[in-house]
Design a protein around this ligand. Structure first.
Ligand code: HEC
Length: 430
């Protein structure tokens, strides 16, 4: 062996990452939260053995940015709990797999992380639960079930944070909590024998308020001081839970903790759905585009954002164009996945002046080449809440200067975005 090749070999050995040197810490920090026993990840990534036997698969998934699951593109909004690996981290995992997943010095391995399973923000002011355990069969389609959890409150409170705690983390894929002050969800629940009632892409009712969403990996965060979401006395808390069958029968009884503001919040966080109901996607169309344009009549502070489409959705990009023409990117989901619908909370709320135009641009793929297409062969697709329907909504959580501004915003929302057919449909209780 000539000197040169020995040298190259040495250098390669030095540069080669090992499990104990860098990989273990990387996996514990970015993956183990979901990939450990009793969690949503399909296998643990805790020990050397866990990682070694999947080294190639791990490298492939992280390079393809499939894992860790985080759909929001960098540079389009800065959010809490971002799950994103750096280019250097991805290269480390690739180099490690390519080198045959070396362990390194086992005695220098970092300790297995400990996770706190209790309420992350301390004891909630109010805890509501599913009325009874819900059974998820071993296999079959994913289930979207709506559960009504009466608040039992007689007075209006404002909510600073919610914390959703899945009863069974293996099956719960995401949850969205809304408010119903009309009793409609209760009536729908009473009409089905099992706990709750089934839906797909919505609630089957028109929510009167919005509390927030949860997906694996999300941590609870309090709204900025002085801000809160309204929970009227007597209202029901209504939670949609998405269950993914695991291969064996499972049961879940999840709960939701609410943290109230110490005194009624002066700045109410409201839901502004940037919605286009005019969806009509021809069968086979692979890049169907929908857009929403909304100009706010009032100054707004955007606290959070939640893009929503169904299975044909491929992309959604939302931005704000200020009256001076400058642009603020709000969120860009470049590779939409119905399974990972996060509610994105801005690290720093974004305030824009009156006259700012919000632009939502969405793309759908209704071709046979889309593996997620629920219809084979593809069929024409219109707006609706079922699996074979589509939606185009970007929910924004916003705060207005005061109540009068909120009234104006609401009027403008109806003027610019709500079509008569939409109102009729909601009145029909569909
Ligand atoms: C927020 C939860 C979460 C985090 C964090 C996470 N995973 Fe996953 N992972 C999942 C779930 C759930 C699945 C099952 C497939 C799915 O639902 O997308 C999965 C699947 C996988 C798969 C198999 C993919 C397949 O198609 O079967 C690999 C490999 C993987 N994860 C590796 C990782 C690695 C490496 C990390 C950290 C860099 C990571 N995951 C972080 C939840 C997570």
């Amino acid at each position: 062996m000539c000197i040169l090749s020995v040298l190259t070999l040495c250098m390669a050995t030095i540069a080669e990452p090992t499990y104990s040197g860098s990989v273990a810490a990387l996996l514990h920090k970015n993956c183990a939260g979901c990939h450990r026993s009793g969690e949503v990840g399909p296998f643990p990534l805790i020990s050397y053995e866990d990682a070694r036997k999947r080294a190639g698969f791990i490298a492939k998934q992280v390079r393809a940015k499939k894992m860790p699951p985080w759909k929001a593109e960098a540079g389009h909004g800065e959010f809490f709990d971002e799950r994103r690996l750096t280019e250097a981290e991805i290269s480390t995992l690739e180099a490690w797999a390519a080198a045959g997943a070396p362990r390194g010095d086992a005695s220098a391995e970092p300790a297995v992380p400990t996770f706190t399973d209790g309420w992350q923000l301390g004891k909630p002011d109010l805890i509501v639960r599913m009325p009874a355990a819900f059974t998820i069969p071993a296999d079959g389609r994913d289930i979207y079930q709506i559960f009504v959890m009466p608040s039992g409150l007689t007075e209006t409170r404002t909510v600073a944070a919610i914390e959703f705690r899945p009863g069974n983390r293996r099956v719960v894929h995401h949850a969205i909590a809304i408010v119903d002050s009309t009793g409609t969800a209760r009536r729908r629940d009473a009409a089905t024998p099992e706990p709750g009632y089934p839906t797909f892409g919505g609630f089957g009712i028109l929510p009167t308020g919005f509390l927030g969403g949860w997906a694996p990996g999300n941590l609870p965060h309090r709204l900025q001081e002085g801000m809160g979401r309204e929970l009227p006395g007597g209202a029901d808390i209504v939670v949609q839970i998405h269950y993914h069958p695991t291969g064996k029968p499972e049961s879940d009884r999840s709960e939701l903790g609410l943290y109230f503001t110490p005194k009624p919040a002066a700045k109410l966080v409201r839901n502004l759905p940037l919605v286009s109901r005019d969806i009509d996607i021809p069968a086979g169309e692979s890049a169907y585009k929908r857009m929403v344009r909304f100009t706010t009549p009032e100054q707004l502070t955007v606290v959070g954002i939640m893009p929503h489409m169904h299975l044909l959705g491929r992309e959604m990009k939302t931005r704000a164009i200020k009256p001076d023409g400058s642009e603020i990117p709000l969120v860009w989901i470049r590779d939409w996945d119905f399974n990972w619908q996060d509610t994105y909370l801005y690290r720093k709320p974004i305030t824009v002046p009156a006259g700012t135009r919000f632009e939502v641009d969405a793309v759908y793929d209704n071709s046979a080449a889309n593996p997620r297409n629920p219809q084979s062969p593809p069929k024409r697709v219109v707006w609706g809440e079922q699996t074979e329907n589509e939606m185009c909504v970007c929910f924004m959580a916003v705060v207005t200067k005061d109540n009068a501004a909120a009234v104006k915003l609401r009027q403008e929302f109806f003027k610019q975005l709500v079509t008569p057919s939409m109102i009729l449909r909601f009145l029909g209780g569909d």
